[in-house]
Design a protein around this ligand. Structure first.
Ligand code: PLP
Length: 398
């Protein structure tokens, strides 16, 4: 990175001189591009001449976003997708063939789990889920047909942290690519490629967008891998992002550092308060000094981001009542928006997981997950505290 992150996130990948002086990147709302001659069309299709052909294969607004994201993650190239899941699918399908094996961290995003299940059912691509706590545990789990190691960290919603440098070290020995879903940190707080991992995925719907108005995904990696994906699983499956959504992400990205600083500091303050509250049993946050993985978090993340989970002294009905009593905090899944949003994982984001398995993952009926927004933290805490104070105060039937 030539200049500091806060400068590059605004300027990199775009020069107004190339676009009639337009300060804001223009939205190229076009599906196709005209050729001056038939021969030029022939050269473009043959790859002998640079230039746009059709927006599923490339679009100037989308390319500005991709160039910016590549730099922010310190990768060679990037691709933007219509959703985080389109990005995950394009990568996993690219890296595997029938009868391969994928090694995953425990507790991955529900739809990613669903995709792996589908790949197993249709193509006998087996996945194993391990805690990835030590080199030995990973080495034992690697099979001769393992073609991908897939990680999420921090793990949602229990905020377990996986040591990315350690995993990358083991994977290198076996020449297995390491894919990291970096959605919960954003490149401002954690850059997996700098730690030796190979591919980064984002649900850009979350912190990259930051305003709760776009569904999108990003993949960052080396030039060969990215161009391979562009020419196969992106082009032929077709989960491409629209020019307008790319523009909204470019707009959101300009304030990413400011937003992540505020999300993190708000969350840290709320965590301190939650830990002192008598109705709170347990708090889960990467940068909480009581988190058993705190030392790993400190090593690879610069701040803890905005997501906090906590367990209350109460059952499912109490958890639901707590959510219902909140005033401005909204009940919603997703994360990384300006608004503080709160949800009940056992009945919402993690409802599809069989109860026994869910409890083993640490997701009890009294667990609540919140994404700290950009509001004043004292207002967030006041709303939450008022509702927490009433936990267990009312008789209920359940
Ligand atoms: C939301 C999310 C996804 C899926 O992204 P979409 O944009 O909703 O398709 C994948 N991974 C993580 C960690 C997420 O939070």
């Amino acid at each position: 990175m030539k200049r500091k992150f806060e400068t590059e996130v605004i300027h990199h990948g775009y020069d107004s001189k190339d676009f009639l002086g337009s300060l804001s990147a223009p939205i190229f709302q076009t599906s196709t591009y005209t050729f001056e001659t038939a021969e030029q069309g022939e050269r473009r299709f043959a790859g002998e001449e640079e230039g746009y052909i059709y927006s599923r294969l490339g679009n100037p607004t989308v390319n500005i976003l991709e160039e910016k994201m590549a730099l922010l993650e310190n990768g060679e190239a990037a691709l933007a997708f219509s959703s985080g899941m389109a990005a995950v699918s394009a990568v996993l399908v690219k890296l595997t063939k029938a009868n391969d094996h994928i090694l995953c961290s425990k507790g991955i995003y529900g739809c990613t789990f669903g995709l792996l299940d589908l790949m197993n059912e249709k193509y006998q691509i087996r996945s194993d889920f391990i805690s990835m706590e030590s080199e030995e545990e990973i080495e034992v789990a690697i099979q001769p047909n393992t073609t991908c190691i897939y990680i999420e960290t921090p793990i949602n919603p229990t905020m377990k942290i996986i040591d990315l440098e350690m995993v990358a070290r083991v994977a290198e020995k076996y020449e297995i690519p390491v894919v990291v879903d970096n959605t919960f940190s954003s490149p401002y707080l954690q850059r997996p490629l700098d730690l030796g991992c190979d591919i980064v995925i984002h649900s850009a719907t979350k912190y990259i967008c930051g305003h709760g108005d776009v569904i999108a995904g990003i993949v960052v990696g080396n030039k060969d891998f990215i161009s391979d994906v562009a020419m196969t699983t992106q082009k032929d499956i077709g989960g491409v992002i629209s020019p307008f959504d790319s523009w909204l992400l470019l707009r959101g990205l300009k304030t990413l550092p400011l937003r992540m600083d505020r999300h993190s500091s708000n969350a840290e303050k709320v965590v301190e308060k939650l830990k002192e509250h008598p109705k709170v049993k347990k708090v889960f946050y990467p940068f909480d000094s009581d988190n058993p993985d705190y030392h790993i978090a400190k090593k690879q993340m610069s701040q803890g981001a905005g997501v906090i989970s906590f367990e209350i002294e109460g059952d499912k009905a109490e958890a639901q009542a707590l959510l219902n009593r909140l005033t401005f905090m909204k009940i919603a899944v997703s994360l990384g928006d300006a608004e503080t949003i709160i949800q009940h994982p056992a009945t919402m984001t993690h409802a599809v997981i069989p109860e026994e398995e869910r409890l083993k993952m640490g997701i009890s009926n009294s667990l609540i997950r919140m994404s700290c927004g950009l509001e004043n933290w004292e207002d967030i805490w006041e709303d939450l505290q008022a509702s927490l104070n009433l936990v267990g105060e009312h008789a209920h039937s359940s």
